[in-house]
Design a protein around this ligand. Structure first.
Ligand code: NAI
Length: 389
């Protein structure tokens, strides 16, 4: 793979502009394409603003910032992406629209050019199936904001030629990113393993165990998570977060582990989307005082433990099903969503047998498949063997 090939980015929205910045920072010439000329102007203004801010803060020299911006050009047709050695697609999340774009890309790039999708929820294999040369297709799943979060999930399709995953992982390392190899399964690593962070928190709320402020307090003050689940859902947008949960649940043939919640659906129905609408689980805006948590340590520890055990179980199950290695699962949750520790390492620290006991108790109490213990977590606990050691 040529080091300084031209990189194409299709879609100049939130993700595309970030990916363009990452590639240009690594020294590539980048062609940024969007079907909407207004978005391209907006993206360039945004990238200039980011660079200006970095110069003001002394993070980058002004000539380097200018050179970086000079490497990014905007293009208004798919044909302009012809000379690219790699095109990363970050357009609207609709399979048919993406397939149409890849078909027109194949008509203009060379047969050796790599085509990648940044999709969060579509099957990489299904997208590859629309191509004439599906062997050069792969998932490269960045996290938002792409320039700041190190993780990139590298997701080969069934049809991807062997070795392309390693080539792309090496390229991502050159871009200063942390690649994690993931199997093409719903949610890949992060969007699968993180589900209980939201789902179990809402469940605790719905059961009346604690309120939003108290659950967020337990997870941040006691658990060390950078944001509580409700504050994070408000930042992501309840509409977006609900859609991801629903899509993972549907893709898993309605596995009760991922069942979406009525409470979040009602917030979406009400237009209480979070920060962007001024109200979500929390209220926002000037003069709005945040609700006070109930700082009861015992209650807080119970909340943290229940959510944490569910997360550890999900991480163990991802390893069980071969979605990724234990190391990649742990690194992914730190590099993609800023978890304070890897979940499997955390499980080993608190004791896998204690996790199994809690899951079995919840399973017996509720009688729901949601709380079933992963066979791998159970066997590792029984053997007294960790995941990472
Ligand atoms: P966005 O809505 O901000 O940007 C999408 C852009 O694609 C728009 O500017 C639109 O004009 C353009 N577009 C739509 N159809 C097009 C077409 N046929 N040809 C050319 N341009 C077209 O969306 P966002 O958030 O940047 O997401 C893009 C992709 O990245 C999606 O597949 C999404 O699932 C994925 N993703 C999103 C993350 C996020 O947190 N927003 C995180 C990781 C992946």
């Amino acid at each position: 793979m040529k080091d300084m090939m031209i990189i194409g980015v299709a879609g100049a929205g939130a993700m595309g502009r970030g990916i363009a910045q990452v590639a240009a920072t690594a020294g590539h010439a980048v062609r940024l394409y969007d079907r909407d000329a207004g978005v391209l102007d907006e993206a360039m203004a945004f990238l200039r603003h980011i660079q200006d801010r970095s110069v003001t803060k002394g993070r980058i020299r002004s000539e380097d910032a200018a050179a970086l911006l000079g490497r990014i050009s905007t293009v208004s047709t798919v044909e302009d992406l012809g000379p690219c050695g790699l095109v990363v697609e970050a357009i609207v999340e609709r399979e048919e629209v993406k397939k149409e774009l890849f078909a027109s890309l194949e008509a203009v790039v060379t047969p050796e050019s790599v085509l990648a999708s940044n999709t969060s929820s579509l099957s990489i294999t299904a997208l590859a199936a629309g191509l004439q040369h599906p062997d050069r297709f792969i998932g490269l799943h960045f996290f938002n904001p792409a320039p700041l979060l190190p993780l990139v999930e590298v997701v080969p399709a069934l049809q991807t030629r062997s070795g392309l995953d390693e080539e792309m992982s090496a390229l991502m390392r050159q871009w200063g990113k942390q690649p994690a190899l993931a199997k093409d399964t719903p949610g890949f690593i992060v969007n699968r393993v993180a589900r209980p962070f939201y789902g179990e928190a809402i469940r605790i709320l719905e059961e009346g165990v604690a309120d939003v402020a108290t659950i967020d307090w337990a997870m941040t003050a006691l658990g060390g998570f950078r944001m509580g689940p409700f504050a994070l859902m408000d930042l992501i947008g309840n509409d977006v977060n609900y859609a991801v949960t629903e899509s993972v649940w549907t893709a898993f043939h309605f596995d009760p582990r991922y069942t979406p919640s009525f409470a979040q659906k009602r917030n979406v129905d009400a237009g209480w989307l979070g920060r962007k609408s001024g109200k979500g689980w929390h209220a926002y805006g000037e003069g709005v005082e945040a609700a006070a948590p109930r700082m009861d340590k015992d209650l807080g520890q119970d909340i943290l433990w229940r959510i944490l055990v569910m997360l550890i179980n999900e991480a163990a199950d991802a390893v069980f099903w071969g979605v990724a290695s234990a190391e990649d699962v742990d690194n992914a949750m730190q590099g993609g969503v800023n978890y304070p520790k890897g979940l499997l390492a955390w499980g080993e620290e608190v004791g896998l047998d204690r996790c199994v006991e809690t899951l079995d108790r919840l399973h017996a109490e509720y009688g729901e498949g949601r709380y079933r213990c992963s066979p791998l977590l159970r066997s590792r606990a029984r053997e007294g063997r960790g995941f990472l050691s």
